[in-house]
Design a protein around this ligand. Structure first.
Ligand code: FAD
Ligand code: EPU
Length: 342
């Protein structure tokens, strides 16, 4: 099998980013086999270009002209690679759909990933921001990953400690930014499965349906239904999920805010800090359901910015900045943008 790849010029990206921005890549390649990355690195011209690794495009805000080499990871495959007394090891290639992997593990009888159902995007992107939802983060089930180091040309294996996972964060956003291409990820799924229902909304949903001892599939179904009820479907309304991280503040900041705004939504964190609901801050700042040009804050979930039709990356950035400055003025809290601008 050859390691050659096809190079495309002025490649349309509108269908490859969930915000639906009508961007165009100056150069584009699709990677179907990891060996093609070495061939790409050996090309003096292509390896000199700025590079965007593309998964499902669900956490990206693109400029109209992406003056770079866009490398779409499309390596497929998933398998059980081993087990010990307590865990089954499941490995998936970077280009596999995240939600499809979750459903596949559940169909094999392996629970663990169910709280992360219906998160868009690929397996390869999941470690980048350590995806999380409904009381679980990817790092909770993570075993290791393989990555191609664009600097050295070597393939390395990284364990959990090496990835430096944190809330919506990892080493891939810092020291290894733009350096590592994640090839595959291995998960350790527990043989003794336990439901994780610490998120009140999920427990409530199951109780309403009369399910008092849910299995992993019940939890997945509940989470799919909850997500569908409040998050916009990118097939219908362009978006990148939560646009800002939920800010983490000290107890004293939270107490100050609580005194002034008794309705403040906050969650205590291990270590004593508090996570604030950014959606609440944005709603209270008057942005929910409001728009600036062709971008708005979604009417059912203010933390999600939506493409009202034909939005550009610059318009998205403008609304994000306006929201940041209103929230800063009202609450003296900084909102950090979650998606990647390119
Ligand atoms: P992309 O958007 O293509 O890329 C994101 C970043 O990862 C870029 O920097 C890219 O260069 C890099 N990247 C992608 N693949 C690789 C690779 N193989 N190697 C190295 N770098 C790579 N996120 C959550 O955490 N929780 C949620 O609940 C959640 N809900 C969402 C709901 C909606 C409706 C949407 C649209 C998004 C949501 N997101 C959520 C955000 C998004 O789904 C995740 O960040 C997801 O992991 C992005 O995957 P992707 O393949 O689309 O990555
Ligand atoms: N809220 C409002 N108004 C709003 C939106 C939210 O007041 O318009 C308040 C409500 O009190 C609500 C609370 O904020 O109870 C939390 O809202 P929600 O449960 O919808 O979750 P979130 O904090 O807004 C986070 C993640 C999501 C993840 C959900 C479920 C971040 C930045 N976002 O959203 O992740 O799916 O929890 O766990 O941490 C993503 O990262 O893209 C994403 C969608």
């Amino acid at each position: 099998m050859t390691n050659k790849f096809s190079l495309f010029y002025d490649y349309p990206l509108q269908k490859l980013n969930t915000f639906g921005i009508a961007a165009q890549a100056k150069y584009f390649v699709q990677i179907n086999r990891p060996e093609q990355l070495a061939a790409l690195r050996a090309d003096p011209f292509l390896s000199s270009l700025p590079r965007l690794i593309l998964g499902g495009g669900s956490n990206l805000v693109l400029s109209d002209q992406v003056d770079a080499l866009v490398v779409q990871m499309h390596c497929l495959g998933k398998r059980v690679i081993g087990e010990d007394d307590s865990h089954v090891l499941v490995q998936a290639e970077a280009g596999e759909g995240w939600h499809e992997l979750v459903l596949w593990t559940l169909a094999q009888g392996y629970g663990g990933l169910e709280n992360l159902s219906l998160i868009p995007g690929t397996v390869g992107a999941a470690p980048i921001q350590n995806i999380g939802a409904y009381g679980v983060e990817m790092q909770d089930l993570f075993h290791s990953l393989s990555a191609f180091d664009c600097t050295t040309g070597e393939t390395i294996v990284m364990d959990k400690a090496a990835c430096q996972f944190a809330y919506r964060d990892s080493i891939f956003k810092h020291a290894y930014k733009d350096r590592m291409v994640i090839l595959n990820v291995t998960f350790a799924l527990p043989k003794q499965w336990q439901a994780r229902l610490n998120y009140a909304e999920v427990a409530r949903y199951l109780a309403t349906g009369g399910i008092d001892a849910p299995c992993a599939r019940d939890i997945s179904d509940a989470i799919i239904a909850i997500r569908q009820s409040k998050l916009p479907d990118p097939q219908l309304i362009g978006n990148a999920g939560s646009f800002f991280k939920n800010p983490i503040v000290s107890t004293s900041v939270r107490d100050r805010l609580m005194a002034e705004f008794p309705g403040l939504v906050s969650y205590s964190q291990p270590g004593g800090d508090y996570k604030l609901a950014a959606g609440w801050l944005i709603e209270q700042s008057g942005w929910k359901g409001k728009a600036l040009g062709r971008v708005g804050a979604y009417q059912k979930q203010a933390l999600v910015l939506v493409n009202l039709g034909g939005a550009t990356g610059a318009e998205v950035r403008h609304l994000a900045q306006e929201i940041q400055s209103t929230v800063k003025k009202k609450f003296d809290v900084e909102l950090e943008i979650e998606p990647v601008f390119f």
